[in-house]
Design a binder for this molecule. Structure first.
Ligand code: AMP
Length: 634
């Protein structure tokens, strides 16, 4: 595979975008990871050698990974499926029906775009990487949708059908060529002949793939320094059904020996709130605080009281925290201040996603940050240190900060400064916003059993068990963290379609069809339906979902609409049966929605494999299709 450029070109050139599109096309047709890596490495090396613009090799790597901007770069394109489809219709002159048909063939707007443009008298192409980068920068700073749409149309007008295909995919943020960032990192290492671990480390510290390319070629990867204010991946837990299974996993012993072994694990309550990472205390950016949700989105403005409280960390930073910032991992909880305990998730849920938080919300649903891990402190990233040590240091940090990290229940809204709330005058009592999650060492099945019962008695969801000597693995669901939940059988699924309801729900999309990840998900984004449910959400949630789905309809079949697979739900059910009603080959019985999980990205929903596991674990497996009607009539 090559770039489609003449191999003997030695003069430096403007790197054309079509080189990227052609490589992407070849990568999509190759399943061998090794071949893909080699092809990407060759291409990056070639761009580095031949482009006049020294940032092109970085751009090339960044775009191939499907990201218009580096992760540390806060800019966003703000171009969703609706805007892009409209621009595509405008430029191609195709009808909505044609677009729907093309979309249906591929399930991908880029590929649909290619079909619509390829037959037409189309521009010859010839966009350069720099021109694409400039257009992206202009889109990010565009003040109106019209300006942004104009920029997209401008790009598409100048693009060949093949270029348009990959421009659209890139703007959506998903190339669907079976290339993940980790593979691009390996290719960068190969292209510059440097160790891949050094590339990965630099990317983790600086969150900038294109900068890593420049560093790799310049030999400065080791000079990368941790930057705050970009999210690190979250470590996740694997589910276990019983204390015995937990010990079995930790100690790697067969089931009949678990009673006899000793383990060293920390046990914490499993809180039912919103997982979050707090960055604060950077002496170079006094008062700056960012809070990230589990899908790596910044949610700071939804929690002004936490921002106010953590903004004060810089004040103590110099003397007490070794003069550097902090990264804390924990859970945002709605908090009953008088009773000193968490409010139910449903209460916090009403605040999640709100951008402007009035005093009424601050008072009705006060929030705290329950810290359970420390990822960065005193200028050092702590991910590689054992949990035991991180926990010790976390305790030290929280002890020093509890008194500082406070903010008022409500603020004097008239005193608000336009830049933010930080300097608003306190009104009334100050609330401690930073709490330390209680944790204790457990050693045996018996210990865990007791602690689990206690957590349940405190109305928490269950417990988390974390191996004392484990390192923090960002973005991984390993076996070092285990979760034991009350409701064993819940699945995280994504809504793929919806039906209009009846009676008071007539005209409202209220009956959802949902899917899990299929075996081909990594490659093609394959999602397979497993069920249908309508019960469990509040009227307000249903109304919001319905309006959202009207906006994000892919195909309108009258009574039923397929929708963009973006809304994640947690569903509970009584059991699972095999059924050919849905594409997954399984159907959930009596499914009910536990909650909307906008905090969870689609890439992390459950898989068909997991569905099969749960199916197999059932003592009484429902055998036949005879009762499939249950789901429909429920
Ligand atoms: P799940 O969302 O079911 O995969 O469960 C993992 C989630 O449990 C994390 O994303 C956290 O939001 C949550 N969680 C609650 N308590 C803890 C805890 N003590 N340690 C780690 N994660 C926790």
């Amino acid at each position: 595979m090559g770039l489609g450029l003449h191999p003997k070109v030695v003069e430096k050139t403007m790197m054309p975008f079509v080189a990227l599109a052609q490589l992407a096309e070849e990568l999509a047709a190759t399943s061998s990871r090794l071949q893909k890596r080699a092809a990407i490495a060759d291409a990056i090396a070639q761009v580095h050698r031949e482009s006049v613009d020294e940032e092109d090799a970085g751009r090339f790597a960044l775009y191939l990974a499907g990201t218009p901007f580096a992760e540390a770069d806060p800019r966003k394109l703000n171009a969703g499926g609706a805007l892009l489809s409209k621009a595509l219709l405008e430029v191609s002159g195709a009808t909505g029906v044609e677009l729907t048909a093309a979309y249906k063939r591929h399930g991908d707007l880029g590929a649909a775009g290619f079909d619509l443009l390829v037959g037409k008298a189309q521009a010859a192409g010839g966009l350069s990487l720099v021109e694409v980068a400039d257009a992206f920068a202009a889109m990010a700073s565009a003040r109106t949708t019209a300006v942004r749409a104009g920029l997209v149309e401008g790009l598409l007008r100048r693009a060949s059908a093949l270029e348009a295909k990959y421009l659209l995919k890139l703007m959506i943020g998903d190339m669907r060529i079976g290339v993940k960032q980790s593979l691009v990192e390996e290719a960068i290492a190969a292209a510059a002949s440097v160790p891949v671990a050094e590339v990965r480390h630099a990317v983790m510290l600086e969150a900038d793939l294109s900068l890593a390319v420049r560093r790799a070629f310049a030999g400065t990867l080791r000079e990368a320094r941790m930057r705050l204010f970009h999210p690190l991946g979250f470590m996740l837990a694997s589910p276990v059904a019983s204390p015995e299974e937990a010990v079995e996993r930790f100690a790697s012993v067969p089931e009949d020996e678990v009673e006899a072994v000793q383990i060293a694990a920390f046990l914490e309550d499993k809180y039912d709130g919103m997982r979050a990472q707090v960055h604060c205390g950077d002496p170079e950016q006094p008062g700056r605080v960012t809070i990230y949700s589990r899908n790596r989105e910044e949610v700071t403005e939804s929690y002004p009281e936490l921002e106010e409280a953590f903004a004060k960390v810089t004040e103590v930073g110099e003397g007490l925290l070794g003069g550097s910032g902090l990264i804390l991992d924990g859970e945002i909880l709605g908090w009953d201040i008088r009773e000193s305990r968490a409010l139910p998730f449903a209460v916090l849920g009403q605040r999640i996603g709100r951008k402007r938080v009035s005093n009424a919300w601050r008072e009705q649903v006060p929030v705290v940050f329950m810290a359970f891990d420390l990822l960065y402190a005193e200028g050092a990233l702590l991910l590689g240190r054992p949990l035991e040590e991180r926990r010790n240091r976390l305790e030290g940090v929280v002890e020093r900060l509890v008194e500082v990290a406070r903010s008022p229940l409500a603020v004097d809204e008239r005193a608000k400064l336009p830049q933010g709330l930080m300097f608003a005058e306190p009104e009334g009592e100050l609330v401690e916003r930073l709490l330390l999650a209680p944790s204790r060492l457990v050693e045996s099945v018996e210990d865990i059993e007791r602690a689990y019962a206690e957590a349940r008695a405190r109305a928490n969801e269950g417990v988390m068990l974390k191996a004392a000597d484990s390192v923090y693995q960002p973005g991984r669901r390993g076996l070092a963290w285990l979760k034991m939940k009350r409701e064993l059988a819940t699945l995280d699924v994504v809504v793929t379609g919806a039906e209009f309801g009846h009676g008071k729900r007539a005209g409202i999309l209220s009956d959802y069809t949902f899917a899990v990840r299929g075996p081909e998900y990594e490659k093609t984004g394959e999602l397979l339906n497993v069920g249908k449910a309508y019960s469990g959400l509040t009227d307000a949630e249903i109304a919001e979902m319905s309006a959202w789905m009207m906006e994000h309809t892919l195909e309108d079949r009258g009574f039923f609409r397929t929708v963009e697979p973006l809304r994640v739900l947690e569903v509970a059910f009584n059991n699972i049966m095999r059924s050919d009603r849905h594409a997954s080959g399984f159907a959930l019985r009596f499914p009910r929605i536990v909650r909307i999980r906008d905090d969870k990205p689609v890439e992390e929903i459950d898989t068909v494999e997991r569905v099969e596991e749960v199916y197999e674990s059932q003592v009484d497996k429902p055998q036949s299709h005879a009762d499939t009607a249950v789901e429909a009539s429920e």
